[in-house]
Write a protein that binds this ligand. Structure first.
Ligand code: ATP
Length: 319
C-alpha cells in the first residue's frame, strides 16, 4: 500500500473578494474549501497518489459539497462521517495589509470537533502507509480522543505518522495550552513539518539555526522539516541534514503552499520509503515538494492551486 490517510478538519474559508481589507470592510466573500488535512489529501491525489481523508462534516449543504470535492479530486471519502446536529465549520479569512492572515472561526462546536473514536473507519486506518494529522483536532473532545485513537490504530498497523501542527492560535484557549497540547503528541511522530512561525512558537526562539531546530528533534524521528516560504526548507534526519532552496515564482497567495509541500513529499515517501535513509533521494523528493509549494503560492486559494505532476516537472525542468 501507498495509501496516505489524512485526518482532521475540512471546512470552508470565506475570503473577501477585495484584497487587503478587514473583515468588516469586505464587500463580499467567496467560498474557498480548505482545512489543512483535507488539502494534504487532495495534494496527494492531484499528483496521482492514493489518498483518503478522515473526519466529520455537518449533514448540511456545505458538508455534502466538501465530500463531493474530495471525491471529484479522487480522494477516498469512506472515512468521512456526517453529524446530524452540528454545522460544517466556517472560517472568515482576510489578508491584512502587513501580509499576515487573520482568521475568524465559526465553531460552536462545528461537526469536525464532534468526531468520536467509535466513528473511525478502522479498516481504512489499518491500510495507511502514512497517517497524517495536524493539531486542530486535538483542541476539543470528543475529537481529541478520536485523533489519539486513530494515531494508535495506524501506528500499530505499521503506518508512518506524519505531523504538521498547523498552529491556529485563535482556536486555542491560550498560547500555553496550544504549546502544551501540540507538544503532547510530539514524540509519537515519524515525520514532522513546522513553519518558521511554529518553530518560534514552540521553542520561544526566533531563529532557524540548527541548534534551535534540534530542540524539536526526538531520537525516534525519521524526518524533521522546517519550511521557509520562498527560501525553501531545512531538513533533518538521524544521519544527515541540509537545506533545499525553492523555485523562483511570482507569489500571489501562499494559502495551501505548506499543505502542497507536505502532500507531495508524503506521496514521494510512500512510493519509495528508502528516500528517508538516502540523502540524494530525500533531496530529490524535497525539491519536488518545494516546486509543489511554489506553484501553489502562484495562485489564489488552496485546492484549485494544487499542482499536477506535469506542472511540477515543467517548473523543475524550466526553473
Ligand atoms: P502555509 O503558508 O500553507 O500556512 P507554511 O508556512 O508551512 O504553510 P510556506 O513555508 O509558506 O508554508 O511554504 C511551504 C513551501 O512551499 C516552502 O517550503 C517552499 O518550498 C514553497 N513556497 C512557498 N512560498 C513560496 C514562494 N513564494 N516561492 C517559492 N516557493 C515557495
Amino acid at each position: 500500500g501507498e495509501l496516505v490517510v489524512s485526518f482532521g478538519e475540512m471546512l470552508i474559508d470565506f475570503v473577501p473578494t477585495l484584497a487587503g481589507v478587514s473583515l468588516a470592510e469586505a464587500p463580499a466573500f467567496v467560498k474557498a474549501p480548505g482545512g489543512a488535512p483535507a488539502n494534504v489529501a487532495i495534494a496527494v491525489a492531484r499528483l496521482g497518489g492514493k489518498a483518503a481523508f478522515a473526519g466529520k462534516l455537518g449533514d448540511d449543504e456545505f458538508g455534502r459539497m466538501l465530500a463531493a470535492i474530495l471525491r471529484e479530486n479522487g480522494v477516498d471519502d469512506s472515512a468521512v462521517v456526517f453529524d446530524a446536529g452540528a454545522r460544517t465549520a466556517l472560517a472568515f479569512v482576510t489578508l491584512r495589509a502587513d501580509g499576515e492572515r487573520e482568521f475568524m472561526f465559526y465553531r460552536n462546536p462545528s461537526a469536525d470537533m464532534l468526531l468520536t473514536a467509535d466513528e473511525l473507519n478502522v479498516d481504512l486506518l489499518k491500510r495507511a502507509a502514512v497517517f497524517h494529522y495536524g493539531s486542530i483536532s486535538l483542541i476539543a473532545e470528543p475529537c481529541r480522543s478520536a485523533h489519539l485513537r486513530a494515531m494508535e490504530i495506524a501506528k500499530e498497523a505499521g503506518a508512518l505518522l506524519s505531523y504538521d501542527p498547523n498552529l491556529r492560535e485563535a482556536l486555542w484557549p491560550s498560547r500555553e495550552e496550544a504549546r502544551t497540547k501540540i507538544l503532547s503528541i510530539w514524540d509519537q511522530a515519524d515525520i514532522v513539518k513546522v513553519s518558521e512561525v511554529e518553530l518560534e512558537f514552540l521553542t520561544g526562539i526566533n531563529s532557524v539555526e540548527d541548534d534551535v531546530v534540534m530542540k524539536l528533534w526526538r531520537p525516534t524521528f525519521k524526518l524533521l522539516l522546517v519550511t521557509l516560504g520562498d527560501q525553501g526548507c531545512k531538513y533533518y534526519t538521524t544521519d544527515f541534514r541540509g537545506a533545499v532552496p525553492s523555485y523562483k515564482v511570482e507569489q500571489v497567495d501562499t494559502t495551501g503552499a505548506g499543505d502542497a509541500f507536505v502532500g507531495s513529499l508524503l506521496k514521494k515517501i510512500v512510493q519509495d520509503p528508502s528516500s528517508l535513509q538516502d540523502q540524494k533521494k530525500l533531496e530529490e523528493a524535497i525539491k519536488f515538494a518545494n516546486a509543489c509549494g511554489a506553484i501553489t503560492a502562484t495562485k489564489k486559494g488552496a485546492i484549485p492551486s494544487l499542482p499536477t505532476e506535469t506542472e511540477v516537472l515543467r517548473l523543475m525542468e524550466n526553473p
